[in-house]
Write a protein that binds this ligand. Structure first.
Ligand SMILES: Nc1ncnc2c1ncn2[C@@H]1O[C@H](COP(=O)(O)OP(=O)(O)OP(=O)(O)O)[C@@H](O)[C@H]1O
Ligand SMILES: [Mg+2]
Length: 534
C-alpha cells in the first residue's frame, strides 16, 4: 500500500532571476585540467583514515565461527505497547499511517503517535522535552516500536526527518537492558557512518540522550591520533560511533572487539554499502554475532543496495515515509539553471549577491577538492565569509571549519560530497550545486542539508549540457516534489538518453557484479577511488 499525497513544493516563487545573466566566466577560476580526482592525499580509504593502501581492509581479521550453543543469550525485545496504542481502533491507525505516508513491508507493531506512547523510560522522555520536540516524526512514530521490538529494519525517510533519534533512543534502551560491560568488553551498540563529521554529530546526539543513564559513547575515525581513541575504547564504552576504516584498524590490533555487540546501525546505509565501503562493512559485520539486531537508515534506497543489504539483515521490516520512489524533501524549493561551465562563476557571484540580502547560511557543493579551494578563495576575495571543507584538509582544520560554520549566522561553506550526507546544521537556508553531483541520490542528500526538521530552504543547481545524461533522473525528482521543470532541462533529457528504466538508470554507479571478483569499476561517472576520496 502506498499513501502518497500532494506536496507543498512550489518552485516558481524564486524564479530564475536569482541567477542573473550569462557570460563572463573565469572569475572563480575553475580547475579544468586539474584532474577530476585531483589531490589524492587521502589514499584509497581516505576520509576514513584507514591505512590499507597495500592490503585488503581487515585482511588481518579472522571470521569467527559462531557456535549458538555457547553464545550467551541476550534480550532485544523490550517493547511493551502503551494501552492507548493497544486500544486504538484499526481505522484510526490506518488514517495515521495514511496521513504520514507510512508504508510498511513486513509485520510491524502499530505506530505510536505521541512521545509518551513509546514507553521510553522517563530519562529519555525528559531529554525529548528538553529538546522542545512536540511530536515524533513519522519515521520515529513507526520506527521506534519496530526497533524496540528487536526486529531488523530498514528505515527510509526524507533528509532532516529525525532518523538519528529513531535509532539512538532504542539504542539506549537496548543497552540499559544488557549486562553491564566488563573490562575487555567491546561496545553493545555500534553505529557506522561514512564521514568523520557525521560520526561526531551522531555522538553529540548519543551524549545528549545517554548521559543521564551513564551510557558512555566514543567516536572513532581516521585522520586523528589513535592514542586517545584507543584509550576511550579500552576504558569501556557502550556505544561506538565509527567510520569503517579506523574501526577495522582497531579490531585488527585487538584494541576493541565486537563480541558484546548486539545492536548494529548503518546510518546512510546505501552509502555504506556502495562499492567504496562494502568490503569494509562486510569485514566488520562478520565480527558481530549473527543474532544481532541490525538497523539501516537513509533517505535513498536504490534497489541494487537492497539486495546487498539483505545479506546482513535476514528477516526484516522495511518502512518508507513518503514516496516509494527516489524523492527529495518537499520543504525544499529546487531551482535548476541550465548553463555552460564557463558561465558558472558569474552566475555564482550574482546569486551570492542576491542571497546576501537574505538570512541564513549557504553550502556550495563542487566536484573536486581543487575546485572547492578555488571557489573558496575567490569568494573570500570578494569579501564573503566563506570556508572550505574536503578530504585533503587535516582533521583540526575540518573541525574548525565546521564549528565556525555552525556558529556563523550567514556563513558560506564550500564543500565536496564529504558534507553531502547527514550533516545537520541549523539555519542552512541555501544549497548551491556549483557542479551537478554523480547521481540523483547524491543530489537529494546534498540539497537535504537545507529544509531540516520543519524548516524550509532553497536549492540552486547549475546544470550543463555535459550533465545531460542525468537530466531525466533529475526531472523525475523535480516532478515528484511538484517543482517546475525548465523546458531546457527537458530538451537536454531528450538529448542525454540515460535515465528511467530499471538498470540503475544506466549510471553504473552500483553496477558491478557481486558474487564474482570481476567488479566493474569502469562506470562513466565513477572511479573506484572517487567513492571514498572526496
Ligand atoms: N520529533 C522531532 N521533532 C522536531 N525535530 C526533531 C525531532 N526529532 C529530531 N528532530 C530534529 O530534526 C533535525 C534533523 O534530524 P536528523 O539529523 O536525525 O535527520 P535525518 O533524518 O537523519 O536526516 P539526513 O537524511 O539528512 O541524515 C535535528 O536537528 C533533530 O534534532
Ligand atoms: Mg541522518
Amino acid at each position: 500500500m502506498s499513501y502518497n499525497s500532494g506536496s507543498k513544493g512550489s518552485g516558481g516563487k524564486f524564479g530564475g532571476s536569482r541567477f542573473g545573466g550569462s557570460g563572463g566566466g573565469g572569475r572563480f577560476g575553475g580547475d579544468r585540467g586539474g584532474g577530476r580526482f585531483g589531490g589524492n592525499g587521502g589514499g584509497r580509504f581516505g576520509g576514513n583514515g584507514g591505512n590499507f593502501k597495500n592490503s585488503q581492509p581487515g585482511g588481518g581479521l579472522k571470521k569467527p565461527t559462531w557456535d549458538f550453543e555457547s553464545l550467551s543469550p541476550f534480550a532485544k525485545d523490550f517493547y511493551n505497547p502503551h494501552p492507548n496504542v493497544v486500544n486504538r481502533p484499526f481505522h484510526e491507525v490506518q488514517n495515521f499511517l495514511a496521513s504520514k505516508e507510512i508504508t510498511i513491508k513486513g509485520r510491524a507493531p502499530k505506530p505510536i503517535q505521541f512521545f509518551e506512547e513509546a514507553n521510553f523510560p522517563e530519562y529519555v522522555l525528559a531529554e525529548v522535552r528538553k529538546q522542545g520536540f512536540d511530536f515524533p516524526t513519522a519515521i520515529q512514530a513507526q520506527g521506534w516500536p519496530i526497533a524496540m521490538s528487536g526486529l531488523n529494519m530498514v528505515g527510509i525517510a526524507k533528509t532532516g526527518s529525525g532518523k538519528t533519534l529513531a535509532y539512538m533512543l532504542p539504542a539506549t534502551v537496548h543497552i540499559n537492558n544488557q549486562e553491564p560491560i566488563k573490562r575487555g568488553d567491546g561496545p553493545i551498540a555500534l553505529i557506522l557512518a561514512p564521514t568523520r563529521e557525521l560520526a561526531q554529530q551522531i555522538q553529540k546526539v548519543a551524549i545528549d540522550f545517554g548521559s543521564s543513564t551513564c551510557v558512555r559513547s566514543t567516536c572513532i575515525y581516521g585522520g586523528a591520533p589513535k592514542g586517545p581513541q584507543a584509550r576511550e575504547l579500552q576504558r569501556g564504552v557502550e556505544i561506538v560511533i565509527a567510520t569503517p576504516g579506523r574501526l577495522i584498524d582497531f579490531l585488527e590490533q585487538g584494541t576493541t572487539n565486537l563480541r558484546r555487540c548486539t545492536y548494529l546501525v548503518l546510518d546512510e546505509a546505501d552509502r555504506m554499502l556502495d562499492m567504496g565501503f562494502e568490503p569494509q562493512i562486510r569485514k566488520i559485520i562478520e565480527q558481530i554475532r549473527p543474532d544481532r539486531q541490525v538497523l539501516m537508515w537513509s533517505a535513498t534506497w536504490p534497489k541494487e543496495v537492497k539486495k546487498l543489504a539483505e545479506d546482513f539483515l535476514q528477516d526484516y521490516v522495511q518502512i518508507n515515509i513518503g514516496s516509494l520512489e527516489l524523492s527529495a524533501n518537499h520543504n525544499i524549493v529546487q531551482i535548476v539553471n541550465i548553463c555552460r561551465d564557463n558561465e558558472k562563476d558569474q552566475k555564482l557571484s550574482t546569486l551570492l549577491q542576491e542571497l546576501s540580502q537574505e538570512e541564513g547560511k549557504t553550502i556550495i557543493f563542487a566536484e573536486t577538492k581543487k575546485k572547492v579551494d578555488n571557489i573558496t578563495r575567490a569568494i573570500q576575495r570578494f569579501g564573503w565569509h566563506a570556508m572550505g571543507i574536503h578530504g585533503d584538509k587535516n582533521q583540526s582544520e575540518r573541525d574548525w571549519v565546521l564549528r565556525e560554520f555552525r556558529k556563523s549566522s550567514a556563513g558560506i561553506l564550500v564543500a565536496t560530497d564529504v558534507a553531502a550526507r547527514g550533516l545537520d546544521v541549523d539555519d542552512v537556508k541555501y544549497v548551491i550545486n556549483y557542479d551537478y553531483p554523480n547521481s540523483s541520490e547524491d543530489y537529494i542528500h546534498r540539497i537535504g542539508r537545507t529544509g531540516r526538521s520543519d524548516q524550509t530552504g532553497t536549492a540552486y543547481t547549475f546544470f550543463t549540457p555535459n550533465n545531460s545524461k542525468q537530466a531525466r533522473d533529475l526531472i523525475n525528482v523535480l516532478t515528484e516534489a511538484n517543482q517546475e521543470v525548465d523546458p531546457e532541462l527537458s530538451k537536454l533529457a531528450m538529448r542525454g538518453g540515460g535515465g528511467g528504466g530499471g538498470n540503475w538508470r544506466g549510471r553504473n554507479q552500483w553496477g558491478y557484479q557481486r558474487n564474482n571478483n570481476n567488479r566493474n569499476f569502469g562506470g562513466r561517472e565513477r572511479s573506484h577511488q572517487k567513492f571514498n576520496d572526496y
